[in-house]
Design a protein around this ligand. Structure first.
Ligand code: NAD
Length: 430
């Protein structure tokens, strides 16, 4: 099939490369010329395992190309997938301006019977609005569908090739049949539902995972007050099959480009439809307050942050990505600077992007050299569990002339091991 993906950001590039690898002819379209030129040269403007190799391979096979021209991209495409950004608008709801703009631009070139799919995360009720936008600019018969994206950054290519499920939101049998055939090679569960259900499923999945993280953080806080260890509690509750041992991450709260945004958008959407009294506002509030709450609570223990030399390790929002959108580091580092600390930020992949999120200054520097980052520090702050960090022997950073603290923000280290290295251990809920 001929497929056009509109928006070659994170989701769009992964989708384009993966559909091409299934044998389709895919064209990626973006309004950002610099991005398109990079992609044409096989340069992925962010770090994601396996993606660059797949992109180069599919371009060299002639299955994948990139353009900035709507006419070129749309005229020949049976399937048009909108994967542009949906940032939060000032009222907190998803801002659909990029989705609307792409619908307006694609409409004049739409092929008869093309299927326009929204992959961007959008609230229920979006499809009819986009259909209206397109109908104003074309006479051709076209179809629409919602195909929410569930990949995880850091394992996006793997997730897209091996999805837990594909959710197709549509009403027309032709659309279901075409999209089912398109995704058959994945051998995944295909959930065929109304568009509104597909859109709610995307928000519900992210809101649930964010709630799970916030919940275990609350339990961790209680453990700190009563001598329980959150890791023991997780093991104990995890044997209950209704609960499970997976996906418990007590820590500094959730981040990334999706959870914070999607929780806020779902909360705002709820307000807009008069369902204001709900859990989502509280989840968002607790998550936003979490970094300051924890860092305040360490102040007495370490004798204040003023003048402390702190190595913050792991700046991306999780391992295997260089994405720092709403990463815990973007709250932790400004807090530390504000409270008088001197910070070195270490990350294996974000050294170039980090200054765009947190401008370096005389009290803040970034490095890719872990040895240099931890040298002479008062506090080592293991924020994200990159393997480079969790397998490092921190005994080399020990200075016997002073007390040093080790903040294990994701409970990745054994407290006994950290004590053996000579540091005062501070974990989460232990
Ligand atoms: P992104 O910001 O990385 O990329 C969006 C791209 O769209 C940019 O390259 C931008 O130039 C382009 N664009 C904007 N307006 C355009 C237009 N009119 N025509 C053509 N291109 C245009 O966004 P992303 O992280 O890829 O997310 C895209 C959508 O997918 C969002 O709705 C997001 O919530 C959702 N999503 C993201 C993830 C993720 O892990 N990043 C996961 C699931 C769902």
């Amino acid at each position: 099939m001929n497929i056009c993906i509109i928006g070659t950001g994170f989701v769009g590039v992964v989708a384009a490369a993966v559909y091409a690898s299934l044998g389709h002819t895919v064209i990626g379209l973006d309004v950002d010329l610099a991005k398109i030129e990079k992609l044409r040269q096989g340069i992925v403007p962010f770090f994601e395992p396996q993606l660059k190799e797949l992109l180069i391979e599919q371009q060299s096979l002639g299955k994948l190309s990139f353009t900035t021209e709507y006419k070129v991209a749309i005229s020949n495409s049976e399937i048009v997938i909108i994967a542009v950004g949906t940032p939060s608008a000032p009222d907190g709801q998803a801002d659909l301006k990029y989705v609307v703009a792409s619908a307006e631009s694609l409409a004049p070139f739409l092929k008869e019977k093309a299927i326009v799919i929204i992959k961007s995360t959008v609230p229920p009720g979006t499809l009819p609005k986009i259909e209206d936008v397109i109908r104003r600019k074309t006479q051709v018969k076209f179809f629409t569908a919602s195909l929410p994206e569930f990949l995880k950054e850091g394992s996006a290519v793997h997730d897209t090739l091996n999805p837990d499920r594909i959710v197709i939101g549509a009403t027309d049998p032709f659309v279901f049949a075409t999209l089912e055939a398109l995704h058959a090679p994945f051998e995944a569960h295909i959930v065929k539902v109304r568009p509104e259900s597909a859109q709610m499923a995307k928000y519900a999945a992210n809101a649930y995972l964010a709630t799970r993280i916030t919940f275990i953080n609350q339990i961790a806080d209680l453990c700190e007050k009563n001598g329980a260890d959150i890791q023991d509690v997780i093991e104990a509750i995890g044997y209950d099959k209704r609960i499970g041992k997976h996906y418990w991450y007590p820590g500094f709260g959730y981040g990334g480009s999706c959870f914070p945004k999607d929780v806020k958008e779902l909360a705002a959407y709820s307000r807009a439809i008069n369902e204001e009294h709900n859990l989502l506002n509280k989840i968002n509030e607790l998550n936003e307050q979490r970094v300051a709450k924890l860092l305040d609570s360490y102040k007495d223990r370490i004798g204040g942050w003023q003048g402390k030399k702190v190595a913050v390790l792991g700046l991306s929002f999780k391992p295997n990505t260089d994405d720092m959108r709403e990463a815990p580091s973007t709250r932790v580092i400004p807090y530390l600077l504000e409270h008088g600390a001197m910070v070195t930020g270490y990350d294996p992949k974000t050294v170039e992007v980090a200054p765009h999120f947190i401008p370096a200054n005389e009290h803040l520097s970034f490095t890719e050299d872990l040895n240099a980052a931890v040298e002479g520090t008062d506090v080592i702050f293991s924020l994200i569990e990159w393997p480079e960090i969790t397998t490092y022997d921190f005994s080399s950073a020990r200075n016997k002339d002073k007390t040093q603290w080790f903040i294990d923000a994701r409970n990745q280290f054994s407290p006994a091991r950290v004590s053996e290295w000579g540091f005062e251990y501070i974990g989460i809920g232990r």
